[in-house]
Write a protein that binds this ligand. Sequence first.
Ligand SMILES: [Zn+2]
Length: 456
Amino acid sequence: MSDNRSAAIEYARSQHDRYLSDLIELVRIPSVSTDPAHKADMRVAAEHVVTRLKAIGMENIQIIETAGHPAIYADYLHSPGKPTVIIYGHYDVQPAEPLDLWETPPYEPTLRDGKLFGRGASDMKGQVMASIHAVEAVMKHGGLPVNVKWLIEGEEEIGSPNLLKVIEDNQELFKADFALNPDGGILGEELPAIIYGLRGLAYFEVHVYGPDHDLHSGIYGGAVLNPAAELTRLIAGMHDANGHITLPGFYEDVRPLDADERAELARLPTDNDYYLKHTGAPMLWGEKGYSPVEHTGGRPTLEVNGLLSGFTGEGAKTVLPSKAMAKISCRLVPDQDPEAIHQSLLKYMEQNVRSAVTWDVKVVSAGNPASITSRNSEGVKALANAMETVWGVRPLFRREGGSVPVVYQMNKILGIDSVLTGFGLPDDNLHAPNEKLTLGPWYKGIEALIHFFHNL
Ligand SMILES: [Zn+2]
């Protein structure tokens, strides 16, 4: 280990109490982005982060105003010819309600059994502070061997409505080689993990129209096609008996999982029992030939999210509904194009809807393809080696089933990939009462980030 590297690690180990009190100060600020009553607190939290960035020596610090809550930029660019990492974070939190389920008040951070309880402790004020602490430790001992930039927004918990514009308007400012996004977590205290893939999303409404008004099923039933029956028949046909999706061309662009990657995913501790336990379903069901980890991370899906038609109140109403609607969404994998999936759904409808009804497909959203970072990229390798140094085990590589808009936006506008990690645990109660951060892995995470910067 180089002298600078070990000195930075030693330093970080001597600072645990300060690291904790810095985090407690930030968690005290109720920066709830969705609640207009907390608008002033949002500003206080943003300024608090700015103060921290200034204190560790970051430069060109800017508060970027948006139509909503401000975003923060800062940089330290003194390693010409070396890579530039942009560190993403958010300083907003989810609302704390229901308050009566908290054992201690959400904005009075409390330490119990080596865990800090408070809203945002894990998601993601703890992760933002871990990054700041790591950069500081590296800077204090020999200087940063890479260039760093920061993008810390205040609207992640409400879907980042203004982030796209912030990135678009400041492309030159945010230019980097790749992004580090610590808004994820590890899988256990001794199970470090890196997320290298996220699924995309395409969301539709499928409408089927029959008679021009609701009919009496006794007088007219039998003479017209029931739109609810037709829509559900269409939905039933969207999967075959093996769980494959039948929309024409749906799988055309799907990037297959190779043997190497499947072996890597098979190391994850989330086996069949895990999914059974966490879903409460009587048994698992999915596309034949794949494991649940692959179903949820590496394969595309088509789900019915909601159905609307006819009479659903108590008792009986003998109605023949005039129309039916289904909300249908697809989780997409690399290299599927959401617009191509829209076309594929239209084609399925054209081929299958009977002419006794009319139909329409509305696009709710189709601008979010999947994203993936090569497991062999410099960023992933640097982080994987860093985690292995600290934890003594090779990290697990995960593909997450959900979508993180900022990852896709950075990829689309800045052309960069994101490495996702974080040092929270699966049971941190994110978005729920009694959110907590376990300090052991958090301190380890700070050390891992110190190694990460040196490895780069
Ligand atoms: Zn978050």
